[in-house]
Design a protein around this ligand. Structure first.
Ligand code: SIN
Ligand code: FE
Length: 294
């Protein structure tokens, strides 16, 4: 790729998820906003699990099948009781391996990394979008209208399990700081009382802080800006089957252009527990704005 104005992709040779793999203590790389790519780190399905590579196991309402922790209950799946039990076991195995990998790559986060949802995505990226705001084929950082993060980081471990050679096709965009500078002057403070109203009416699960407001504005403005989508610095990145990749998705501008059959594990991390909290979206935004974001 070699271009300074686009998110870097750094490659690693690991072939196992377990603690004996070669790569460790790469916090600085991920916190700096790179994509960590492991082209020889497959999540191997058992013979009996290959049948799950079929969108019929998604119930049609959600685009993903997900496990919710700490309990590990499954949402969005359709099938018989025995199919569902086997599907759940497969996704739970991915959660375990992802966690072992993450703790090896980022030992500084031990004790602070919280397991979020695990998702299995057997539905083709093409035709998933229902509105511009949910259209993940547009470059965006992850920020959600109903789920304010209060500065907690979103660390994601993805793996392409496509059985027929089809890559997960992404675009990555400009680094976070350049992206924030592009829109920050246009973002107004939230209206007084709006956070209270959003929470009171159930639109948000908890209070949307000014940090959440700015992050959601960045997400929305980028997706709504056709000129930005077309002309901003960007690079196509293909993740072949058998590839695992790790990003802070609240920091790395990304878009999913194509592909089918992927697993994804989300981890939450208190930004204060980063090696360099100042590199977090909150740290960058506060520095650019010259004040704290509450
Ligand atoms: C996204 O996080 O925007 C989508 C990633 C994917 O489905 O490849
Ligand atoms: Fe996203």
């Amino acid at each position: 790729m070699g271009s300074l104005d686009v998110t870097p992709v750094q490659e690693f040779p690991d072939t196992t998820w377990a603690d004996d793999g070669p790569t460790r203590a790469v916090e600085a790389t991920v916190e700096g906003g790179a994509v960590l790519r492991f082209p020889r780190l497959p999540f191997v399905l058992m013979e009996s699990e290959l049948r799950f590579l079929n969108p019929r196991f998604a119930d049609g309402r959600a685009k993903n099948i997900s496990l919710r922790w700490p309990v590990g209950d499954m949402r969005g799946a359709a099938g018989t009781a025995s199919e569902l039990a086997a599907l759940k076991a497969m996704i739970a195995r991915y959660a375990e391996l992802s966690e072992r990998l993450a703790l090896r790559l980022f030992p500084h986060y031990r004790g602070a990394l919280v397991r979020g949802n695990t998702s299995f995505r057997p539905v083709d990226v093409a035709g998933r979008a229902t509105s511009w705001r949910k259209d993940d084929t547009r470059l965006h950082i992850d920020a959600f209208p109903s789920n304010p993060m209060h500065g907690t980081r979103l660390l994601r471990v993805f793996c392409n399990v496509n059985p027929s050679g089809q890559p997960r096709q992404w675009r990555v965009g400009e680094p976070f700081e350049a992206h924030a500078k592009r829109y920050l002057d246009h973002i107004k403070r939230p209206l007084p009382g709006s956070a209270w109203l959003l929470e009171r009416s159930g639109v948000t699960k908890r209070r949307r802080t000014e940090y959440d407001h700015v992050m959601l504005q960045l997400h929305d403005r980028a997706k709504a800006d056709a000129g930005f989508q077309r002309d901003s610095p960007q690079a196509a990145v293909n993740f072949a089957p058998g590839t695992t990749w790790v990003v802070f998705s609240d920091q790395v501008l990304h878009a999913a252009m194509g592909g089918q059959h992927m697993l994804e594990q989300t981890f939450y991390l208190d930004a204060a527990k980063q090696q360099q909290p100042g590199l977090s979206p909150r740290g960058v935004l506060e520095r650019l704005m010259g004040r704290e974001l509450r």
